[in-house]
Design a protein around this ligand. Structure first.
Ligand code: CMC
Length: 437
């Protein structure tokens, strides 16, 4: 057992402590016993941005960042992307096992019965400017569903949770499509339950006057693969927000809205839109080396590169490159692919990127394929949010069922003033740099 204990000696008191190792981790609460005296609060861990802190135990997604491995519930992402439908993978992520044919049929049927939006949702959308960013509209509409389904607040009831999970998975593509139609001033298209998840989404985006929308099977399969690749990614920034918001027992609509807000930033899901802007700015292959120099000088980031966990090729980026080839046969090659591949080639041979282990991440190639599929760049992050809703909900459910989880409430190391006397307003002298930081 000796190797399952970490021995710590406090040089201040010369006392030794045995900290049990649990799955390679120490429990931060065990540090509290290390004190200099009864008045001392005890040692805490300081870990800004959670660089080395496990905030939960999870059995949903496994990533080996050094080897470039991603698995949902034990299944390699490559096999899921090749052989499954998105809703099959959603079932796996949420329930832990792949469905049988019968279970899948019921699950798909359930989701299809929740694709319609309350008509009031259109009123929310109408209040947005025509040029409102779709991600802002998406976040707001998802949050607004909380007012339509007030019973969703009963988050401790597992049956109620199941219903809200189905509703959210059914409705997020409809909300996403409506934000797009709103931007263009087109009438909203109702869901078509004859179609599968991605085909129906394409129908709601692009059907005009034709009585029935028929998706190109190559393109709808590519979208399905993209949805599978984006469905979950363990404790990323937005999953962490979902767990933190949900830990206060907030309802799942406002919690998903909070997670989507975290996703929208350019360092997270917003990176896919930024990659397209970057490729536009570079313009031609011959300007790639100059851009790389700008990145190395610290003037800009190479968007779509780098990852907190992957220190190897992101396996999702590899699958997207493969799917892009299939799409380009149907749509013609997106010329931005050549610039992206040249950027990747130059970066991967450069000492700056090699030393920091910076590789393309999922967002590097996803924008190029989304554009080839016919999506506007400002919709890219919404396309990420649709499938990630499944991951957020799985993380939320796991958090609520975990007896060790409580309201998320980190500690701080206070760096401000000690107690001081308030000076009446007439006697105050203006302070420069009044705050310590
Ligand atoms: N371009 C240039 N330099 C970079 C980049 C980049 N894209 N990413 C990291 N670095 C450098 C960074 O400046 C730092 O250098 P130094 O050691 O000299 O200070 C070093 O690499 C380590 O980076 P870090 O910022 O400490 O890494 P992090 O784990 O905090 O950040 C990241 C991860 C994804 C936020 C970051 O790599 C980044 O900003 N990438 C660009 C945005 C992007 O593509 N985001 C999508 C992430 S994957 C999908 C998702 O999460 O949605």
């Amino acid at each position: 057992m000796a190797d399952q204990v970490l021995k710590v000696v406090d040089q201040r008191t010369k006392l030794a402590y045995d900290l049990p190792l649990f799955k390679g981790a120490i429990r931060s609460m065990d540090l509290r016993q290390i004190k200099t005296g009864p008045e001392d609060f005890g040692v805490v861990g300081y870990d800004p941005a959670f660089l080395n802190t496990a905030a939960c135990q999870s059995s949903i997604t496994f990533i080996d960042g050094d080897k470039g491995i991603l698995r949902y519930r034990g299944y390699p992402i490559e096999q899921l992307a090749e052989k499954c439908s998105f809703l099959e993978v959603a079932y796996l992520i949420l329930n832990g096992e792949l469905p049988t044919e019968g279970q899948l049929e019921n699950w798909v049927d359930d989701i299809k019965h929740h694709t319609m939006l309350h008509e009031k949702t259109k009123n929310f959308l109408e209040s947005f400017n025509h040029d409102a960013h779709p991600m802002g509209m998406f976040i707001s509409c998802v949050a607004a569903l909380s007012t339509i389904y007030p019973e969703s607040r009963n988050v401790l009831d597992p049956e109620n949770r199941k219903l809200q999970i189905r509703r959210l998975i059914g409705k997020v593509p409809t909300i996403a499509a409506y934000t797009y139609r709103h931007s263009l001033g087109y009438p909203y298209v109702y869901p078509d339950n004859d179609l599968n998840y991605s085909e129906n989404f394409m129908n709601m985006l692009w059907r005009m006057v034709e009585p029935k929308y028929r998706a190109n099977p190559v393109l709808s399969r590519a979208l399905e693969i993209l949805f599978i690749l984006h469905a979950d990614h363990e404790q990323n920034c937005s999953a962490n927000v979902m767990r933190a918001a949900g830990s206060s027992q907030a309802d799942p609509y406002v919690s998903v809205a909070a997670a989507a807000a975290a996703l929208s930033g350019p360092l997270h899901g917003g990176a896919n839109e930024e990659v397209l802007k970057m490729l536009d700015e570079i313009g031609t292959k011959d300007r790639v080396p100059a851009y790389i120099e700008k990145v190395k000088a610290g003037h800009v980031k190479l968007m779509g590169f780098g990852h907190r966990v992957y220190k190897n090729y992101d396996p999702r980026a590899r699958i997207i490159k493969w799917a892009a080839d299939q799409v380009f046969v149907a749509t013609g090659r997106n010329p931005k692919l050549d610039i992206a591949m040249e950027l990747e080639r130059v970066a991967l041979e450069d000492e700056y990127f090699i030393k920091r282990k910076l590789y393309p991440n999922v967002d590097f190639y996803s924008g190029i394929i989304y554009q080839a599929l016919g999506f506007n760049p400002n919709l890219f992050t919404v396309l990420f949010a649709i499938p990630r809703t499944v991951g957020w909900l799985a993380q939320w459910q796991e958090m609520l069922e975990d007896p060790e989880q409580k309201i998320a409430r980190p500690r701080q190391i206070y760096t401000g003033y000690d107690a001081r006397e308030l000076v009446p307003i007439g006697k105050r002298v203006a302070q420069v740099a009044a705050l310590a930081r």
